[in-house]
Design a protein around this ligand. Structure first.
Ligand SMILES: C[S@@+](CC[C@H](N)C(=O)[O-])C[C@H]1O[C@@H](n2cnc3c(N)ncnc32)[C@H](O)[C@@H]1O
Length: 214
């Protein structure tokens, strides 16, 4: 579904207390934003924020950041925040490729890649969030034993990503090609896209990898 551009979206995000815009201009690294030492989990491409918010409610002792690069989508995400939302999450209107600039080294415990854009043309593979250039960034910002949790309906992107992690010597914690028929389903929090794909009868791939020490 194409989202409409609504005038004033950026200004709305700037004024929204749950949203962070221009994170590179804040004068401090985002890992300091909550003023506590709780673990930090980051979702790249958070969409309208269902997964982000539900995780924040379920895990009050974890700090969440959801990066969203589309102003239209980030606006929709910010519009669906509520006064009684938990304090432990922020929407970040920004491209996730700036993680290295806005977080201290080893400051993130987990990165979520949920239904990332598949970029099917080989000439666009470098834009995939599991391209080796992104893996370098993740290794910088992830703490020792930090994890990446990835879900996608796109089999081609999934196989590509498995290969990228394998070639880059990440430790595999779990892999399933049918999450909703697996034992991992129990703790699963669905994203907006996931709900749609499940209703269409599609299978969901999931992997968890861990950064190796050293
Ligand atoms: C297919 S949607 C999935 C949204 C959500 N994760 C879900 O599963 O419902 C992908 C979203 O990621 C955003 N996105 C893609 N690349 C991004 C990047 N490099 N940084 C931040 N957001 C990104 C897109 O704007 C889009 O809203």
């Amino acid at each position: 579904m194409r989202l409409r551009y609504v005038p004033g979206q950026y200004q709305y995000l700037k004024n929204c207390e749950k949203a962070i815009t221009d994170p590179e201009k804040r004068g401090y690294k985002l890992n300091k934003a909550f003023g506590n030492n709780n673990p930090i989990h980051v979702e790249l491409g958070c969409g309208k924020g269902k997964f982000l918010r539900e995780n924040a409610v379920k895990n009050p002792d974890i700090n969440y950041f959801g990066f969203e690069k589309s102003v239209k989508v980030a606006y929709r995400c910010a519009k669906s925040t509520f006064e009684n939302d938990p304090p432990n999450y922020y929407i970040v209107y920004s491209n996730g490729d700036i993680l290295r600039e806005v977080f201290d080294e080893s400051s993130i415990s987990r990165i979520y890649l949920n239904f990332s854009d598949p970029w099917p043309k080989p000439s666009h593979y470098k834009r995939r969030l599991t391209h080796k250039s992104f893996l370098e960034v993740y290794k910088f910002v992830l703490a020792d034993k930090g994890e990446i949790h990835m879900k996608t309906d796109n089999n081609d992107l999934f196989e590509y990503s498995l290969e990228q992690f394998e070639n880059d010597s990440w430790e595999f914690i779990m892999v399933t090609r049918d999450l909703h028929k697996s034992a991992y389903k129990e703790d699963n929090i669905m994203t907006e896209y996931e709900e749609r794909f499940i209703n269409e009868g599609k299978k969901i791939n999931k992997l968890v990898v861990r950064k190796k020490n050293g």
